[in-house]
Ligand binder design. Structure first.
Ligand code: ZN
Length: 366
């Protein structure tokens, strides 16, 4: 295999979005960095630490309204003056440093893109927080502040002359904010969103159904894959083989951005999915073949959710090994398979129905 350099975006500022006993805790990143250090990743020339810079307000405004930006800033200031954690909504908490950390979280994603396009690294994992995929243009929600991946997409279009971006969101929760932002497409480029998640009838935020396909310029470019509870590793591979790969062969993405949540693990406390901690890496291995074919290998992963911190750390480590072409180093647990009822539903109902819905927009399902 070709030797690659994989960038890892990280800075301690991401720990300063410190929101008490909230499940989206700074300990998530601490555990990831501890494992990577224990495995001596940063001592290897195969990996490069990338320090983030702040995104500018103009860049945040690519997808967010001023009122949202102002609210995050003011509520962070309130947390500072009162010395107490504040809430943007029931789920989404803010500390004194949340606004600053959020600017760096976005900026880290943009810096990763710079490093890839400059040829300094082949691909990137952005170990950032706060996460972003539930925030839309005007509202922060679901533990998320600024929508990192949506801003990264617009950055590619507006500042980097990239025309076609595929977003793949494998967090267990539907990436409703990203879907909202690009529901009518983008004025500056072409974006397709592949979103797999636990069925919205059984999990927050209750959206992401197969009939939601976008409209206007975005029609046919939102591709939701809602999975029943306990669906295991095999179901995500079917999504790639049956839907993602054929569409990407037609769409030919120039850059792939991944919203990576690790809350699909079968033990995760917030969800009911059935993945192992090697499943995201194995799925990434397939995604990488598309990136190699059309996008000169350009993949950037950004961290979203994941609440069993030891499993998440292993899953992230595994993804880094796949990005770095070193699959034999994966940490694995016992394989898990979906039950027959689930597989029947996926292969006989969900996938055929999804193909029927997408058929008018893509000619690869005939
Ligand atoms: Zn999630």
């Amino acid at each position: 295999m070709v030797k690659l350099t994989t960038g890892i975006v990280y800075d301690d500022i991401f720990l300063e979005h410190r929101i008490g006993t909230h499940v989206e805790s700074h300990e998530r990143l601490v555990a990831i960095m501890e494992l990577l250090n224990q495995k001596k990743l940063f001592e290897s020339s195969n990996f490069k630490l990338i320090k983030p810079e702040k995104a500018t307000l103009e860049q945040i405004r690519y997808v967010h309204e001023d009122s949202l930006i102002q609210e995050v800033k003011e509520v962070s200031e309130l947390a500072k003056t009162t010395g107490h954690i504040q809430q943007l909504d029931m789920d989404t908490a803010v500390s004194a440093k949340t606004y600053e950390a959020s600017l760096y979280s976005v900026g880290g994603n943009l810096k990763g893109i710079d490093e890839i396009l400059a040829g300094n690294v082949n691909n990137v994992f952005a170990a950032v927080r706060p996460p972003g995929h539930h925030s839309n243009a005007y509202r922060c929600s679901g533990f998320c502040i600024f929508n990192n991946i949506a801003i990264a997409t617009e950055y590619l279009f507006r500042e980097k002359n990239i025309k076609r971006v595929a977003i793949i969101d494998w967090d267990c929760h539907h990436g409703n904010g990203t879907q909202d932002i690009f529901y009518n497409g983008s004025d500056h480029g072409d974006v397709v969103i592949f979103n797999s998640h636990q069925d919205g009838r059984t999990l927050y935020p209750g959206s992401g159904f197969i009939n939601d396909i976008g409209s206007g310029k975005g029609e046919g470019k939102i591709i939701n894959y809602p999975l029943p509870p306990r669906a295991a590793d095999d179901t995500i591979m079917l999504y790639f083989d049956e839907i993602i790969e054929p569409i990407c062969n037609q769409f030919k993405p120039e850059f792939i951005l991944i919203s990576a949540g690790f809350d699909t693990h079968w033990t995760d406390r917030l969800t009911n999915m059935g993945w192992t901690f090697q499943a995201p890496a194995n799925y990434l291995g397939k995604i990488k073949t598309v990136a190699d074919k059309f996008a000169e290998g350009r993949i950037q992963i950004t961290l979203e959710g994941g609440y069993e911190i030891d499993k998440q750390a292993k899953a992230v480590y595994n993804c880094l090994q796949v990005l770095n072409n070193d699959k034999e180093k994966l940490i694995t647990e016992n394989p898990r398979k979906s039950d027959d009822q689930t597989l029947n539903y996926i292969t006989k109902k969900l996938i055929p129905k999804l193909k029927e819905i997408l058929n008018p927009y893509w000619n690869c399902f005939n």
